[in-house]
Design a protein around this ligand. Structure first.
Ligand SMILES: O=C[C@H](O)COP(=O)(O)O
Length: 239
């Protein structure tokens, strides 16, 4: 079954999402962008509460929205977030007109080791060269797609399904986990399940009063049920 990654901003949301059945708790401040950061002290506190109350849940956290050329700051933040005891550190990878800085960032993250998960931002389409770079070597346990412009429709409307299916197959063929996110909605679940990533990430669909509003555990349960109900669905014709 596609596992559910729920983005949360604080300890109350984290416990509520884990109790409602989220498999991955992703610590992120949704009011501060696609990969807005939670302060390290808060991350450490949430990790200790989740480890005690939901030991089975996997925990990720983000480092904030930073462009690829700020590689030293990104690496410093990765180290700070890792020190909080999370399982994965998500780092946003924005495409740039010249791919050099982005490739250099991926190489620097790979050398750093640890459990960094590159999140490729695909508002302008999927740059296959970034996927190849992310999969070179064995550094990253997972690779994920997401979007930054959250009001422009879901990932499934913005990237061709055949491209997404190819991405899932390529990452999995390299033995990594593959994740999809980007304004995904409960209506996307049948197609999402057919694409069969290891996990799907949600914030907007879990929150009341917009993405930066409050997480509603009933919406987490609803998505969890939908993911289970559509397991093994085929891809739509033409994908
Ligand atoms: O990591 C997943 C993201 O937080 C997804 O957020 P979104 O559903 O609002 O695009």
């Amino acid at each position: 079954m596609v596992r559910l990654l729920a983005s949360v901003r604080d300890v109350d949301e984290a416990v509520a999402a884990a109790t409602a059945g989220a498999d991955f708790i992703d610590l992120k401040e949704p009011a501060d962008g696609a990969l807005g950061a939670v302060a390290p002290e808060a991350i450490a506190r949430i990790v200790s509460v989740l480890r005690a109350r939901h030991p089975g849940v996997r925990i990720s956290a983000t480092v904030g929205d930073l462009p690829a050329h700020e590689v030293d700051e990104i690496l410093a933040r990765v180290r700070r977030v890792e020190a909080c005891g999370v399982d994965y550190v998500k780092v946003g990878v924005w495409p740039s007109p010249s791919p050099g800085p982005v490739h250099a960032l991926l190489e620097a993250l790979a050398q750093q080791g640890g459990d960094v998960v590159p999140v490729l931002l695909v508002d302008a389409g999927l740059d296959e060269s970034l996927v190849r770079h992310a999969l070179a070597g064995t550094a990253f346990p997972a690779v994920m797609l997401d979007t930054t412009e959250k009001r422009r429709g879901s990932l499934l409307q913005r990237v061709p399904l055949a491209t997404l299916a190819g991405f899932v197959a390529t990452v999995r063929a390299h033995g990594r986990m593959v994740g999809l996110a980007g304004s995904l909605r409960v209506d996307d679940v049948p197609t999402l399940v057919a694409l069969d990533p290891d996990f799907a990430g949600f914030r907007r669909a879990l929150a009341r009063y917009g993405r930066a509003g409050t997480l509603d555990p009933r919406l987490v349960r609803r998505l969890r049920r939908a993911l289970a109900a559509h397991a093994d669905a085929p891809l739509p014709a033409g994908a």
